[in-house]
Design a protein around this ligand. Structure first.
Ligand SMILES: Cc1cc2nc3c(=O)[nH]c(=O)nc-3n(C[C@H](O)[C@H](O)[C@H](O)COP(=O)(O)O)c2cc1C
Length: 322
């Protein structure tokens, strides 16, 4: 079984990924948030430069509906030494979708087909696809899988939700099943080229999925890794479900070290206290349950107006749990 760390724009840039692999790790591959500028911005460049990245293997993701732009980004990535890229066909954000990129590209299947033809004809890197199952209707999936089947994708990562569902409601496992039947039985494609993504946040979620699809050999996990950074180790080593961090000295110390590495690294690259405070407070919306914070403790952290106040608040909240 292979486990992938999902691309998480705004959260899991290189600073986060590095701290993550130093303290937790366990994923078999890490995907970067999307790159979209044909000439990479400095933020994008920093995120993929090999010397900035401890996570390996790292697979950069591209968001584009323009084959020339895609190929330009891929060429830069090749110069950096990458041999794989991933195409984003799932981003549901309004500004992306309105430009017919991400999930929006799924609404113009003929153009998507032409784009895939161009990139698979000319790209020197191996290209995987990460897709939703449509924009508005489950019926769109039937046409999309037929388009994907025409191309030698490295892997097809399926987040079985429609764009209109954003990240809510249940994933459509029946659509994933449709893809398995079509690609693996009708087209003879190996099951290890299909990757399931969506709502795996615990061992129970994973085993429930495996029970329904015993043939699955790869899953991608996003929010589950933010809500429980131990998730890959938990799944790989088949440990029992995570117990609360409270009173578990060594796991709590690891989490504090992870937190402190994030805090110090962001402080080192961001200008001024405000952006660091904003970033760290945002991360707490993912970490709260794992670290076992109650509302009062979370408020204490959120109230901090300076980096010193913030550090003191985090220290007092976390040390109280030792
Ligand atoms: C904060 C956030 C940022 C995301 N950024 C990206 C991205 O850059 N590229 C992408 O393909 N998907 C992105 N996604 C989607 C995730 O990679 C993943 O497909 C989705 O969250 C479902 O998987 P999960 O339930 O394991 O989180 C993002 C999701 C979240 C919550």
């Amino acid at each position: 079984m292979k486990y992938y760390f999902a691309p998480l724009e705004g959260v899991a840039g290189y600073i986060f990924r590095n701290a993550y692999v130093h303290h937790y790790g366990g994923a078999d591959a890490y995907f970067t948030p999307f790159l979209s500028n044909p000439v990479l911005s400095s933020k994008e460049r920093n995120d993929v430069l090999p010397e900035n990245n401890a996570a390996a293997p790292l697979i950069p993701q591209i968001l584009s509906n323009n084959a020339a732009y895609f190929l330009a980004i891929a060429a830069t990535l090749r110069e950096f030494g990458y041999d794989k890229v991933n195409l984003n066909l799932g981003c549901p954000s309004g500004t992306v979708v309105s430009k017919k990129r991400g999930a929006g590209f799924l609404s113009i299947p003929e153009k998507l087909d032409g784009f895939l033809y161009e990139i698979y004809s000319h790209c020197e890197l191996s290209v995987s696809l990460k897709t939703r199952i449509g924009m508005e209707s489950l019926e769109e999936w039937d046409g999309l899988i037929k388009i994907f089947a025409k191309y030698p994708f490295d892997e097809l990562i399926i987040h079985p939700r429609l764009r209109c569902e954003l990240y809510g409601g249940k994933v459509h496992r029946e659509s994933f099943k449709k893809a398995l039947d079509f690609f693996c039985e009708e087209c003879g494609i190996s099951t290890d080229r299909l990757v399931f993504n969506g709502d795996i946040c615990s061992r129970e979620d994973f085993f429930d999925l495996k029970e329904e699809f015993p043939e699955i050999s790869k899953v991608m996990i996003g929010r589950g890794a933010l809500k429980n950074p131990e998730i890959f180790k938990l799944l790989k080593h088949e440990k029992a479900s995570v117990t609360p961090l409270r009173n578990d000295g060594s796991r709590l110390s690891e989490f504090i070290a992870f937190h402190d590495e994030l805090f110090n690294a962001y402080t080192g690259i961001m200008f001024g206290e405000k952006p660091v405070l904003f970033k760290m407070k945002e991360l707490w919306s993912w970490f709260t349950d794992y670290a076992g914070l109650d509302l009062r403790e979370l408020k204490k952290i959120r109230k901090a107006g300076s980096l010193t106040d913030y550090s003191l608040a985090v220290k007092s909240v976390l040390q109280a749990k030792l």
